[in-house]
Write a protein of this length. Structure first.
Length: 296
């Protein structure tokens, strides 16, 4: 598989943004949401500008002079993505942000938290939006085929169940805990999960999919499958850069160097995210190299 020329141009335009926050923001909005199929159509909230990059860039022109949040350097990936989404929703042309990170407390007991409450501009539609960024690898555990996070603690089916059975119902079942001004509004539950799906290497090779939301994972013992004359690789050492892995500033290495560095780095972690480049230094795709015997 190979990223097509139009998408390569878009990626390089995002790369041209010097401000890290805005670069990650545009990448988050641009890349598809690969988990929509886990939810019925009525619950999907799509934020994907891949087919309307000019519109996204025009919006960026209107906000690029605004101050960005003063965030801690070591903010976890999920919290950082929530801040990016908050900035977008605050400055969206089509949505009005009514509340975010709304704690629902009943007699000093926290029942849950609502991510975002929104009003659609120029309409009477209101949304309760739950948002997350997730990266799941397809694997088999205890004889069951599942989508599992690299840490092996996060399962896609459990995340979907938590959203549908608890979080997305809060806007209906716990309205009395909302601020009084919002209690009379009819919020429709919605969900948006950004991130990627990763297939086992051999299965990925057979897929006829060219998508920024789908890629591969491979065990370090099988890393020889990545060897290809003329190709280079970059190692995404910081999880924050999982949002936009195609940074021009990342060092590119040959396969021999990659193999040596990966073996060292996987001593104390589950996974490494890498990007593959062709001989013209254009990104081909990205994937995970996981430790021996992952996910056991």
């Amino acid at each position: 598989m190979k990223i097509d020329n139009k998408v390569l141009q878009d990626i390089q335009q995002i790369n041209s943004i010097e401000n890290t926050f805005f670069r990650d923001l545009l990448a988050l909005l641009y890349f598809p949401s690969p988990f929509e199929i886990e939810f019925s159509t009525e619950f999907r909230f799509s934020i994907n500008f891949q087919n309307s990059f000019a519109e996204l860039w025009d919006w960026y022109d209107t906000i690029k002079a605004l101050p960005t949040p003063n965030l801690t350097k070591y903010l976890p990936l999920g919290k950082y993505a929530e801040e990016l989404m908050l900035f977008y929703l605050t400055h969206s042309k089509n949505l009005e942000l009514l509340a975010n990170n709304l704690q629902l407390i009943d007699e000093k007991i926290t029942i849950g938290e609502v991510d975002y409450l929104l009003k659609e501009a120029d309409s009477s539609k209101y949304y309760h939006l739950e948002f997350a960024i997730k990266f799941y690898l397809k694997t088999t555990r205890h004889g069951e085929q599942i989508w599992l996070g690299p840490s092996t603690k996060d399962w896609l089916n459990r995340k979907v169940m938590k959203l549908t059975e608890h979080q997305m119902k809060l806007g209906k079942s716990k309205m009395e805990l909302f601020p009084k001004a919002l209690q009379r509004l009819n919020f429709q539950p919605k969900v948006c999960i950004k991130g990627m799906r990763f297939y086992p290497w051999r299965e990925y090779e057979k897929l006829a999919i060219n998508s920024l939301s789908v890629s591969w994972w491979i065990c370090v013992d099988d890393i020889e499958n990545l060897r290809d004359d003329g190709r280079e690789f970059s190692i995404i050492d910081s999880k924050i850069n999982w949002i936009f892995p195609y940074l021009n500033s990342l060092a590119k290495v040959d396969f021999v160097t990659l193999s040596a560095e990966v073996s060292q780095l996987l001593f104390n972690r589950n996974e490494l995210r890498i990007v593959r480049y062709d001989k013209f230094k254009n990104p081909i795709d990205n994937g995970f190299i996981v430790r021996k015997n992952w996910p056991n």
